[in-house]
Write a protein that binds this ligand. Structure first.
Ligand SMILES: C[S@@+](CC[C@H](N)C(=O)[O-])C[C@H]1O[C@@H](n2cnc3c(N)ncnc32)[C@H](O)[C@@H]1O
Length: 322
């Protein structure tokens, strides 16, 4: 049953879950962590002291908001398209600056989670009502197919939170190349990349003692139970994090504490787990300038400039088409 007919699946979540759990080694895709509960858990992660990514990027955006807003601006206005916008916590710093400076723009946040987009829209109505916001539910790759339709004025593509780190280098090049293809000469890409640093700092960011990250990862099993009639006992798995300083890849796993069979009724699947067998649930790639330049070059982009925090733990790069 390795290649079942596509018609067997009701949703992309069902199909991807089937593929991941019948693969060896087993995996699940992190984009499915984000539903109402996953969104809330990610907001709690952003508030954790160990999750340095948020505070580093917030600092960069606050300190450089004027220069960043200026680099976005254009006499004829622009479209600000944010991929994987989440709750827009950090984006609001830039949106506020753009509004204060009277720049003309539409804000198009894209996210796989309809829930987080609705929250973002209503919080913007309260906090920065001047922003003309048009939420777009969908995956990055589906949205990128439509991106070149925005071609009547400048496009600024925004990706914060080191979202690109959830992709392998091969997928990241494909992602960047798709963006590059949709860009014209004046368009720009503004993207955050978490940097390589003390491996312990990275491990701690994905391994908090309060167990929020564990619950976040286990939300995949919770969603399989509720949406696909699965029978995972979430207590019989635990969260495990690794970081390889050579490749710069942090990986999250759920590890089975015992041999067990798990039925997923809507997929007609019974999955066997050996004791200590893992499911890879997320990768969080870390970068340095040479890797970012290499990815850009492969994708047909070049780095124009970057903004870093004072220790260069995190950097936001401006890319243009080559
Ligand atoms: C790590 S969070 C970061 C959110 C925000 N950019 C920030 O920095 O706070 C990733 C966000 O991207 C969304 N996301 C993840 N994978 C996605 C995909 N393949 N397509 C669209 N959205 C995705 C998630 O729903 C989530 O809101």
């Amino acid at each position: 049953m390795k290649n079942p007919p596509e018609t067997m699946f009701e949703t992309a979540f069902a199909e991807d879950t089937y593929k991941g759990l019948t693969n060896y080694p087993k995996y699940l895709l992190s984009k499915y962590i984000y539903d109402k509960k996953g969104d809330k858990l990610f907001q709690q992660i952003m508030d954790m002291p160990e999750y340095y990514l948020t505070s580093c990027e917030l600092d960069i955006l606050k300190i450089n908001s004027e220069a960043i807003a200026k680099s976005f601006s254009s006499d004829s206005g622009f479209d600000l398209i944010e991929l994987g916008a989440g709750d827009g916590k950090k984006t609001k710093i830039i949106l506020k600056e753009l509004v204060d400076k009277n720049f003309q723009f539409d804000y198009l946040p894209v996210d796989i989670s309809q829930n987080v987009l609705e929250e973002l829209e209503s919080s913007l109505q309260k906090e920065i009502p001047e922003v003309n916001v048009k939420i777009q539910q969908g995956t990055y790759f589906k949205t990128l197919e439509k991106l070149s339709e925005y071609n009547t004025r400048k496009k600024v593509i925004l990706v914060l939170g080191s979202n690109i780190g959830n992709l392998s280098h091969k997928e990241a090049v494909e992602f960047l190349a798709n963006i590059a293809q949709a860009m014209s000469e004046d368009d720009m890409l503004f993207m955050g990349f978490d940097q390589k640093k003390n491996p312990q700092t990275i491990l701690d960011a994905y391994n908090d003692p309060s167990g929020i990250t564990e619950e976040f990862n286990k939300n995949l099993l919770v969603r399989i139970n509720s949406e696909l009639d699965g029978e995972f006992d979430t207590n019989s798995f635990f969260h495990w994090e690794t970081y390889d300083p050579e490749t710069g890849t942090a990986k999250s796993f759920l590890v089975s504490k015992k041999p067990q069979k798990v039925v997923i009724k809507r997929l007609g699947l019974e999955i066997n787990f050996e004791a200590w067998e893992s499911i890879n649930t997320e990768i969080s790639q870390k970068y340095d300038d040479s890797i970012v330049n290499w990815l850009a070059d492969e994708a047909g982009l070049h780095v124009e400039k970057y903004f870093g925090d004072k220790e260069n733990c995190y950097k936001n790069y401006i890319f243009r088409r080559k």
